[in-house]
Ligand binder design. Structure first.
Ligand SMILES: Nc1ncnc2c1ncn2[C@@H]1O[C@H](COP(=O)(O)OP(=O)(O)OP(=O)(O)O)[C@@H](O)[C@H]1O
Ligand SMILES: [Mg+2]
Length: 442
């Protein structure tokens, strides 16, 4: 949302941290309205009304946001009605059908009914769905080191594997490859489990690689450092190596720390335009850092990720380096349920049958599911604006949106299929082949 001011952005963060704080949310809505973002203001006010259906300030704000005349009589102490606004360029003034035209021009009783109704049954059930709690999934923070010299480290977070819905196989692999030896070094040594090197996650975009890495950090009570290799690379000779070293040094200072290296394919020789020289040195620097002489990497756990594993430099895939791979596929049913639940948590919804929604969203990525919830909200919002009656987001909106969202992972599978079939060296893509076969995509 590039049109939103920094003030609004920080208000959004505050509201996300305290989703039930009605005055705070109304303040945000007020700011949005002030900047002419009336649809966004309506959306926020609708959520506020859901938490506090009778709030006079919220009602007044909703009317203004919807471009309706202010209510005639304001109770003292409530948010003062604003000065009458210039008539807005808008659809014909919404009229409330068969209401005896109250002086306010808006049928509050109906709107309130609508809102009040939605409060108890947010979700309905049909058929067996898992009973995942409304987990506090953290939004994907994604490190954004705008300044290449200051690498950001998050203190130990609260997201753990329990927040990762479904994906049991992945959790088991992580447990065996990473977590158990980490929690129990003695046992790890007994089984000769080396903690050198790291794990390379790969798969289509938006399916949870970053999220899983963050959850692993939470699981270990470790800090989390997310670095995109593209931010490490620098056109000046020697700077990329220096940056790479700095990244590892920062992680070491913060140990225990999960160092998440995203987009490691950027180091791949195939992609490099400075193939000779620059990039080679950077790869070598990374190898040196991974080897961590003299136990330097004690407490530093490297997780790497890529959408294009076939572009990853083979030197990085050798034993002791990023030698183990983990395929992260589109979310399975329990994962989809967790993701949908998360994205609907703060929206005004009524009678949503998650089980049904999970069934019709197969193959959608986490990012697609977020988009689905967004466009369902838009439908309900547009409707509310059109009719002047605030209504909740319902199954019809969600199913309608589901029909329109196409799996964004299709192109990825199209290219991955060829690689898996014709370049499956060392069985690296066995897992992917098995999935494609199961999906009849081979
Ligand atoms: N199993 C899951 N349980 C709960 N949420 C999930 C799960 N999988 C993915 N998500 C959600 O899906 C969103 C997208 O995931 P994420 O950003 O981690 O994908 P990614 O694989 O890193 O994507 P990219 O390749 O674009 O970097 C996240 O916001 C996350 O909250
Ligand atoms: Mg990611």
């Amino acid at each position: 949302m590039s049109t939103e001011s920094p003030l609004i952005q920080s208000m959004r963060t505050a509201v996300a941290a305290a989703p039930t704080d009605v005055p705070l949310r109304l303040h945000l809505a007020e700011l949005l309205l002030g900047e002419g973002l009336s649809e966004a203001a309506v959306a926020e006010t609708a959520v506020a009304l859901q938490h506090a259906p009778g709030d006079a300030g919220a009602r007044a704000l909703m009317m203004r946001a919807m471009g309706l005349p202010a209510p005639a009589a304001e109770k003292p102490g409530s948010v003062p009605a604003p000065a009458p606004q210039e008539p807005r360029a808008q659809e014909p003034a919404p009229e409330v059908p068969d209401a005896p035209a109250p002086p306010t021009g808006f049928d509050w009783a109906a709107a309130e009914n609508e809102v009040a109704d939605a409060v108890p049954p947010r979700f309905v059930t049909s058929g067996p769905t898992s009973t995942a709690p409304e987990a506090p999934l953290a939004a994907d923070g994604g490190g954004e080191p705008g300044d290449a010299t200051a690498w950001e480290v998050d203190t130990p977070g609260t997201v753990t594997l329990a927040d990762v819905g479904g994906m049991e196989e992945i959790k088991e692999r992580l447990e065996a490859a990473f977590l158990t030896p980490m929690r129990n070094p003695e046992l790890g040594r007994l089984y000769g489990k080396s903690l050198r090197g790291g794990l390379l996650m790969y798969g289509p975009p938006g399916c949870g690689k970053t999220f899983i890495a963050r959850a692993v950090a939470g699981e270990l009570g470790a800090s989390f450092m997310s670095v995109s290799i593209n931010d490490v690379l620098d056109m000046w000779m020697g700077n990329s190596e220096r940056n790479m070293h700095e990244v590892f040094e920062t992680a070491r200072r913060q140990a225990p720390c999960v160092l998440f290296l995203d987009e490691v394919d950027a180091l791949g020789a195939k992609r490099s335009r400075m193939q000779h020289g620059g990039m080679r040195n950077t790869v070598n620097q990374l190898l040196t850092e991974l080897d961590g002489v003299g136990g330097a990497n004690e407490g530093v756990f490297v997780l790497a990720a890529t959408n294009v594993p076939w572009d990853v430099d083979i030197a990085l895939r050798r034993p002791g380096r990023l030698d183990r791979t983990l395929l992260v596929l589109p979310p399975d049913a329990p994962a989809r349920e967790a993701i949908l639940r998360y994205h609907l948590r703060d929206r005004p919804i009524e009678s949503v049958d998650l089980g049904k929604l999970v069934k019709v969203t197969e193959d959608l990525s986490g990012a697609d599911l977020a988009h689905l919830c967004e466009s369902a909200s838009e439908r309900a919002l547009l409707d509310s604006t059109r009719t002047g009656v605030v209504r909740m987001i319902n199954m019809k909106d969600l199913l309608g949106a589901a029909k329109e969202v196409r799996p964004s992972t299709d192109p990825w599978f199209a290219s991955a299929r060829n690689v898996a079939m014709f370049a499956n060296e060392g069985g690296m893509y066995d897992e992917l082949l098995a999935y494609l076969k199961r999906k009849r995509k081979l």
